[in-house]
Design a protein around this ligand. Structure first.
Ligand code: CIZ
Ligand code: SF4
Length: 365
């Protein structure tokens, strides 16, 4: 941070209402120089300030198309990286709190993936036989790894199309970091569960035998989302019991068992669209982040739709919640002063390779 930036301490204890006023005032002063992007999982008191809302795919496209000088990403770290990679060099991507990471993304590091690639090379030639596919929930260096090794990025909106792209090029897929999105997508494409093996990155050769690797079609990284992992088959079964007419919709980061019991499985954009298009009076059980489910419940209440959260306990994305009105107000006040705090900048070489993998995704989806 530059020495003369406004310190966060001045905002830390500020009341929410005071922050809201400052955010509105700063937005008015910055006008078209600023665009605020808000992910569906953001808390309401931040989400309401977004110029555009969406999932990470939609928001990364919008970041690329935006003319604004400052892109303030109310989401998590990898999303602000994608905005930096896809935007012009003179645009500045900002994450209001640098501690807003993604615990799933952190489960795959470049060192671990490179080690996996080296270990796979003991069994086969990975650059001939394996397409690396990274979920967009991953750090920029892993997207660069995919760019360099003939691989690609996917999101929960396009995972099946991207897997098809991958299989059209090489016979196997190494999918990281989310095992569940990989498994659910593979299963939907008709790949038997036994043809998808789990790569335990703490074990030599992922805890697999050479034979298991040779036979596998998909190698799934042992990562998961701690929020979506909370949803259990019994939550679905209990709902079905109580509400036989109700419908169940889940995010593909949920376990395969939960997805199998659901009527619909898809990304946040898909979930919103499906509930929006359902008949008035319908009842839904939704397996995804709580802020989004609460927003859906409020939005569709006037149509008599009942939208319920899948788990009995509240589970939010705690890292998304780091972006609060205090951090947003602090970030914007600094921009008004001409200071870009918390800028996210991906090193050039890495950004070029990551852009290649992202561009393959955008072209394929
Ligand atoms: O891709 C995203 O934005 C995430 C994290 C979830 C979803 O399905 O939209
Ligand atoms: Fe990461 Fe899960 Fe939070 Fe999404 S909900 S940002 S996958 S920790």
């Amino acid at each position: 941070m530059r020495v003369n930036a406004i310190a966060f301490e001045r905002f830390d204890q500020m009341q929410d209402e005071a922050c809201q006023e400052r955010i509105l005032a700063a937005k008015a002063r910055l006008g078209k120089r600023l665009v605020i992007l808000g992910h569906h999982y953001q808390r309401e008191d931040v989400f309401r300030h977004a110029d555009f809302t969406g999932d990470s795919l939609k928001l990364s496209r919008l970041a690329a198309a935006s003319d604004a000088e400052y892109i303030v990403f109310c989401g998590v770290h990898f999303m602000a990286e994608v905005a930096d990679i896809l935007s012009r060099p003179d645009q500045i991507s900002i994450l209001p709190d640098l501690a807003a990471g993604c615990s799933m993304a952190d489960m795959a590091s470049l060192a671990r993936v490179e080690r996996a690639w080296r270990e796979l090379a003991e069994v086969l030639d990975p650059d001939q036989a394996v397409t690396p596919v990274t979920y967009i929930n991953s750090s920029a260096d892993l997207k660069a790894f995919c760019g360099e090794h003939g691989g690609i990025v996917c999101t929960s909106s396009n995972a099946a199309k991207i897997m098809e792209w991958a299989f059209a090029r090489r016979e196997k897929v190494l999918f990281f970091p989310d095992q569940h999105l990989g498994r659910n997508t593979g299963a939907r494409m008709g790949i038997p569960l036994e043809d998808m093996v789990l790569w335990d990155f703490d074990q030599p050769l992922g805890g697999l035998t050479s034979e298991q690797i040779r036979r596998a079609r998909v190698i799934l990284w042992k990562g998961y989302c701690s929020v979506h992992q909370m949803f259990q088959p019994q939550h679905v079964l209990r709902f079905r019991n109580q509400h036989p007419d109700g419908q169940v919709i889940s995010h593909p980061e949920c376990s395969h068992e939960v997805c199998q019991l659901s009527d619909y499985v898809g990304s946040t954009e898909f979930i919103i669209k499906t509930v929006a298009e359902s008949a008035p009076g319908s009842r839904w059980l939704v397996g995804t982040e709580l802020n989004l489910v609460n927003r859906l419940a409020e939005r569709f209440k006037p149509e008599g739709k009942v939208v319920q959260f899948m788990a009995p306990t509240a589970c939010m994305c705690s890292t998304m919640a780091r972006i609060d009105p205090q951090h947003l107000a602090w970030t914007l006040d600094n921009l008004v002063e001409g200071k870009a705090v918390n800028r996210i900048r991906v090193p050039r070489g890495e950004a070029e390779l990551a852009r290649l993998a992202l561009q393959r995704m955008l072209d394929a989806s």
